[in-house]
Design a protein around this ligand. Structure first.
Ligand code: NAD
Length: 259
């Protein structure tokens, strides 16, 4: 039995990493896809990869999630094309520069918050309108362990991801009565281009060694795989996970529970 048979799933940040892995997994589970990213070329590549594993309808939309009009437009286009939106992986995000708070820079702070928090808020605002009218739907927002713990050197990222957790809890409480469930995932370090970039900020040319050092403190002694997040999100978007609402689910090998 396919978990997402005939469901329409909208994914932001679908051109890479966790968004790409989730697109592949939800397509395997029978979903039709609306894929959004600021990078149109990467969307074309992901479309081909999805088509290698599943035969499904795929709509591509190039949009910047920090631009409210662009968000309104990608939601409108998806609804217009498919007639409904059953699942929404509200996932696009950036890490930003790593720096002490006093050196972080206000422009960088606004940029990171603009994409990671405003972008998630805009997405919820317009998708919830559609789901409330339908009387059904599931949203998964991408937070981070940086949204439930202090990591350091990430003022903008921490503020934005804690904000995503707050939005998830608040709106989950509001929309349960309309048949809509809203959850957040809090991934630890999952090996995607974003984490590669983060390790390069830490270790420069020696980034792979920096990575080996980094995972030593993880209870499972490894990075997570994008497919593991794709599997989790696919389940969370399915009807089987409908009663999980306003919850934040870590996927980090247990690292955030470690003292
Ligand atoms: P990634 O860099 O591999 O992919 C992010 C995608 O988002 C890219 O395709 C990029 O083009 C797109 N994007 C960036 N800014 C955008 C914008 N303004 N509008 C639309 N699309 C935009 O990164 P990833 O690791 O897959 O990260 C995805 C999400 O997961 C992010 O929100 C990130 O903060 C979060 N996250 C990742 C990890 C990890 O370890 N990889 C851990 C915790 C949280």
């Amino acid at each position: 039995m396919l978990k997402l048979r005939e469901k329409v799933v909208l994914i932001t940040g679908a051109g890479s990493g966790l968004g790409e892995a989730t697109a592949i997994q939800v397509a395997r589970e029978g979903a039709k896809l609306s894929l959004v990213d600021v990078n149109g070329e990467s969307l074309e590549k992901v479309k081909k990869r999805v088509q290698e594993v599943a035969e499904t309808e795929i709509l591509l939309i190039t949009a910047d999630v920090s631009d409210e009009e662009a968000v309104k437009n990608y939601v409108h286009k998806t609804k217009e094309h498919f007639g409904r939106i059953d699942g929404f992986f509200n996932n696009a995000g950036i890490e930003g520069k790593q720096n002490l708070t006093e050196d972080y820079g206000s422009d960088e702070f606004h940029k990171v918050v603009g994409i990671n928090l405003n972008g998630v808020f805009y997405g919820m605002k317009y998708v919830l309108e559609v789901m409330k009218e339908q009387g059904s739907g599931s949203i998964v927002n991408t937070a981070s362990v940086g949204g439930i713990r202090g990591v350091g050197n990430q003022s903008g990222y921490a503020a934005s991801k804690h904000g995503v957790v707050g939005l998830t809890r608040n709106s989950g409480v509001e929309y349960g009565q309309y048949g809509v469930s809203i959850k957040a995932i809090a991934p630890g370090a999952i090996m995607t281009p974003m984490v590669e970039g983060s390790l390069k900020q830490l270790g420069g040319d020696q980034w792979e060694e920096a990575g080996e050092e980094f995972v030593k403190s993880n209870p499972m002694k490894r990075f997570g795989k994008p497919e593991e997040v794709g599997n989790l999100v696919s389940f969370l978007l399915s009807d089987e996970a409908q009663f999980i609402n306003a919850a934040v689910i870590p996927i980090d090998g247990g690292q955030s529970y470690q003292y």
